[in-house]
Every structure is written in C-alpha cells, then in structure tokens.
Design a protein around this ligand. Structure first.
Ligand code: GLY
Ligand code: MN
Length: 442
C-alpha cells in the first residue's frame, strides 16, 4: 500500500469517529449502530461506489453493508456468492486494507446468492446474519442510524427490503443525512487534490472540445473528443455530457448530442470528469464559426459579467441560495443582475446560480447555511432564448477560502477574445499542455 492510500484510509477512520462523536452529541441518550450500504453493479456501467459509502470506507465492492456499533468496532458484512467471484471480476480489497480501515470483523451477510453478481433485490436468507444483528438492536430498543435521504436509490431499496425482513426496524431508523452532509461538505486537503485533478482533466476535455468545434462536425464528435480525454486520464463522466448547439443549447440538460454543428450557431458544452470519485463541472459556450454575431456577443458578455460579479461576491458568510437573506444570496443577486440588464429572468434563467461539488456533482450540503472555508461550489449563470435558438452558460468550480473564492477551472478562458484564441490554439493542439499520466497516476 503506498503512502497516499494509507493516508486516505486513515482519513476515513477519522471521518467515522467524527460521525460517531456527532451522533453521540445530537442523540446523547441513544444506543445502537450506524449502517452504511454500498452501491450495486449495473449491466451497462463499470461499478461506481455509492458516495457516502465511498466517503467512509472507500472499498470498491458492491453490496457490502458496514455495521458500526456506537460503542465498538466495525463489522463488514459481505455477500456470499455461490461461485468464485474472482474468476469473473477483479476483487477490490485485501486484508491489509480492512485492518487499516479499523474493520474488526468480516462476516457473511447470509446464505449464498446465485452466480457471482450482486442482485439489488435479495432474499431474506441471503442477508439473514445481518437481519439477526439488526433484530437484536430493535429488541433492545436501540436505534439504527442511516444516512438515508442523501443515500442513492440503491441504499433506499436495500433498507426498504431490510425493513420488510426485520420487525421493528423501520421505527428504529434515525436518518443521519444532515450530519453526514455536514461532514462531506467541507473538503480536506486529500479531497482537494482529487478535486483539482478532476478540474484539470475537465479543462483538458474542454480543450479537446474546442479543437473539434467547427462546421461539418457533429455534437457527437465533440462528445467523443471530451470522453476520450476522460478515459485516457483514468476518469469517468460525473454526469452525462451536454453538447447542445443552436436551439439544443437552450435545453438545460440536453444530452442527445447528435445534431450537426451549423454555421453561426453557438454550442453549449457542459461537462465534468469524475476522478477517484471527485467531480468537476465546467461549461463553456463556443461559436461554431469561430466568431460571435453582434447579438450572441451581447448575450455572452451579459452572462460573463454576471459570472464575474457572483465570483467576486462568493466568500464565507454568503449563501448559495437563501430567500430569507436576499442581500447575501448569490442566487438572488445573480438573477437581479441579469434582470437589471433587461432580461425576463424567470423565463430565460430558470436554474440556480450554483451548487456544491464533491463526491457527487450536485453534492450534499445545505445551501441555506452560509458558505464556509473548504466549500467547493460552482458558479453557472446562463441565458436561454428559445425563440432565437441561442443559449449561453458559463460555469466554473470555486474553492471557498478565507476572503473569497479560488477558481479551479480558469485554465479554460471565458473572456471573448481569449475564448476565440483558445479555440484556434486548441485546433492546432497548442492551447495548454499537461503531462500525460495515464489512468493509474494516484
Ligand atoms: N452541469 C450540470 C448541472 O449542474 O446541472
Ligand atoms: Mn453545474
């Protein structure tokens, strides 16, 4: 095990002890255990661990359930498979990992499941050992603490099935989502390293996109160029890539990505890499012909001015979104800024100005709580004029520091002249260079 991964494992142990401490503070009279559920495999996708399970354990195996009593060490419940799983897929953890993660025991969830794959819908027998442990908690009148609301769909399906198998479990559950969201919101140095790398890969992918945007190509050419960079860099998509030209650029989460790039249209490229589970999210809007029309230039400049205005205001004490505090609310101030430029913002700017970023691209965190040092957010104003087939969005990722916000993704320029030069340089492969590290750099 190398040094960085040892540090990462130890940081996860620290996160768990912080969580236990917070639970004991908020629920001083309760006894019981925390339950953390892994994600499940999907036929068409590489396995991607559930975000909260990743945060506290970082084990790349599906269908695990971690059982952490408030007053003793963790047990990891693993599925029993009827055939040797390692013949079919790479197994992702070893005993050294488990020991460093302070996992005291590894136990089978129950009787063997068919095949080597983890099925999201499972029988009572296949989880009977865990059910016995949970039944004991329920009989004692203890609580079972689960980050349920922020959990993935898989987590909620697993818990729903366990509730059917264990009498009294539903009543014993305490949702600790707000506590976990609070911990996940503030990023550590280790997390920042991954967020920086995800940002860097996303910028390289914007460069690749800028290099192929021209009449004669299709949105799909741009998507392919982007996702080539993600794959060769050991990243995956943090969300489905948005490459919307002309009227498609006015559809916020457009992802058909099949249309031809036409003369004098704009193309909105909203993409994000996920590197070692940490996400990025960068949007640029490019003119297909390499120049803006006067009208496009005006709308683009208004969005850019709004972006810079909000970036200047972003600092501890401000809110991403809080209607009760409009003078400190970035969302309200952004909408007001564009309203003052004459736009009907209800209609043409129908989304928030930003969100938290982390293990999820729309990360957990209460936007009504003021920004604080260590938050990672996006700033992403946009204007979408359906009738004119004209959409503009400009988005960057920012790290909140003591007296402001540091942009992690400004390698890709936004100012009009710089953007046009960036397109030219990208076409020639001369925009910026990063050492190629391959997928397994960390
Ligand atoms: N970049 C996509 C979104 O923030 O919804
Ligand atoms: Mn975004």
């Amino acid at each position: 095990m190398d040094v960085i991964s040892m540090n990462e494992l130890l940081e996860r142990v620290e996160r768990r002890s912080l969580l236990l401490k917070e639970i004991q503070e908020v629920y001083p009279d309760q006894e019981g255990a925390v339950l953390l559920c892994a994600g499940f495999e999907r036929d068409r996708e590489t396995f991607y661990q559930e975000s909260t399970f990743e945060y506290f354990l970082g084990l790349q195996e599906p269908a695990l359930i971690a059982y952490q009593p408030l007053d003793s060490l963790m047990a990891l419940y693993v599925p029993a498979y009827s055939i040797d799983r390692s013949v079919w897929v790479n197994e992702a953890f070893d005993e050294e990992h488990l020991a460093t993660l302070a996992i005291e025991q590894v136990k089978l969830l129950g009787k063997p499941r068919p095949g080597y794959a983890s099925e999201l819908f499972f029988s009572k027998e296949s989880v009977e050992n865990l059910c016995q442990a949970l039944a004991v908690e329920c009989q004692k009148g203890n609580k079972v603490f689960i980050p349920l609301e922020i959990g993935s769909h898989d987590v909620r399906i697993v818990i729903d099935q366990l509730c059917q198998y264990v009498p009294g479990l539903r009543e014993a559950i305490v949702d600790i989502s707000p506590l976990v969201a609070g911990l996940r919101r503030t990023k550590s140095e280790l997390e920042l390293e991954y967020l920086y790398r995800a940002a860097e890969i996303t910028c390289m992918a914007q460069q690749a996109a800028a290099g192929v945007i021209q009449v004669g190509n299709f949105e799909s050419d741009v998507q392919a160029a982007i996702e080539y960079v993600f794959t060769e860099s050991g990243a995956t998509r943090a969300f489905t890539s948005i490459v919307g030209s002309g009227k498609n650029g006015t559809v916020l989460h457009y992802n058909d990505n099949k249309a031809a790039l036409t003369k004098n249209s704009l193309v909105v490229v909203d993409i994000g890499a996920s590197y070692s589970h940490y996400c990025s999210d960068v949007t640029r809007t490019y003119p297909v012909s390499g120049v803006f029309t006067a009208r496009q230039k005006k709308v683009y400049q208004d969005v850019l001015d709004c972006h810079m205005y909000v970036a200047d205001l972003a600092k501890p004490g401000m809110f991403i979104s809080n209607k009760e505090n409009p003078e400190k609310c970035l969302n309200t101030l952004a909408h007001r800024f564009l309203a003052d430029r004459g736009y009907d913002v209800q209609k043409v700017f129908p989304h928030g100005v930003g969100h938290f970023v982390g293990l999820d691209v729309h990360d957990v965190g209460d936007a009504k709580k003021p920004l604080a040092v260590g938050d990672i957010i996006t700033i992403e104003p946009g204007i979408y004029l359906r009738d004119e087939e004209l959409g503009v969005r400009l988005e960057d990722v920012y790290w909140i520091v003591k007296d402001g916000a540091v942009c992690l993704t400004d390698e890709v320029p936004k100012k009009i002249d710089e953007l046009l030069n960036f397109m030219k340089a990208s076409r020639l492969g001369e925009a910026f260079e990063h050492e190629k590290t391959g997928p397994d750099e960390h």
